[in-house]
Design a protein around this ligand. Sequence first.
Ligand SMILES: CC(C)(COP(=O)(O)OP(=O)(O)OC[C@H]1O[C@@H](n2cnc3c(N)ncnc32)[C@H](O)[C@@H]1OP(=O)(O)O)[C@@H](O)C(=O)NCCC(=O)NCCS
Length: 235
Amino acid sequence: MGAAGYGRELLDLVEAINAAGGDAYGFLGFLDDGHADPDPLARRGSSVLGGLELLAGLDADYLIGIGAAAARARIDRYASACGRRPTTLVHPRAHLGGDVRLGPGTVVCALASLTTNIRTGRHVLVDIGAGIAHDCHLGDYATVAPGARLGGGVQVGAGAWVGMQASVVPGRRIGAGAVVGAGAVVTDDVRPGLVVAGVPARPIDPADGSAQAARPPIVLPRMPELAPGAPQADL
Ligand SMILES: CC(C)(COP(=O)(O)OP(=O)(O)OC[C@H]1O[C@@H](n2cnc3c(N)ncnc32)[C@H](O)[C@@H]1OP(=O)(O)O)[C@@H](O)C(=O)NCCC(=O)NCCS
């Protein structure tokens, strides 16, 4: 689901797993409602099959290749309501230690390292070269961007973003929906929904949240009624 840059990176990940383990996955194609550039897809030998609503009629598991947490949450609800199951992917050159439990749809990219006693929720992204130390918990739809580092016992709330090369010192909490800017060093807890950046990290959004309200909404297909028991996370 999603045929832009992150979606194409997921195709690489699927191909790497197949190359390492002998065709574990068949790839049907991309679903996308937007205006994905067909050229990079064609150069990968792929194309967009159609809109997201096609998922309901496909006998397939799925991945969400969209960075925005709110979009991941809504697509997860839609796909669950359609009875589709997410795949969980770990790149063959990622490192997972003992007692690392990955939630459905979680993606661990190349060179990422998760040490021990770690939990992730649904559709979490641990991007290229990210480092997650012992006892971290990553909530549903959280993202740890390329090269970011979480010290031991860090908790990342649902839908939160830790930007590229950012570091979070051990034991801190990143609230739900918060954003940590690229290169930041987080030394204090970050309140839910706040955007922080810099060294040490400080809020850069007005406290009234107006900057986030100004960001464009994500347009998704009309959602069917949710099945009982479908994930209910709202972002
Ligand atoms: C923090 C971030 C979300 C802010 O984005 P934004 O809300 O659009 O903010 P703006 O670009 O308008 O910048 C607002 C101010 O914060 C500063 N700023 C933005 N990002 C910063 C960062 N990472 N570190 C330090 N300062 C930063 C800007 O210079 C600007 O300062 P000014 O008001 O003095 O000019 C974004 O810059 C960022 O770092 N995103 C992470 C991207 C990432 O890691 N993506 C992963 C891709 S795989």
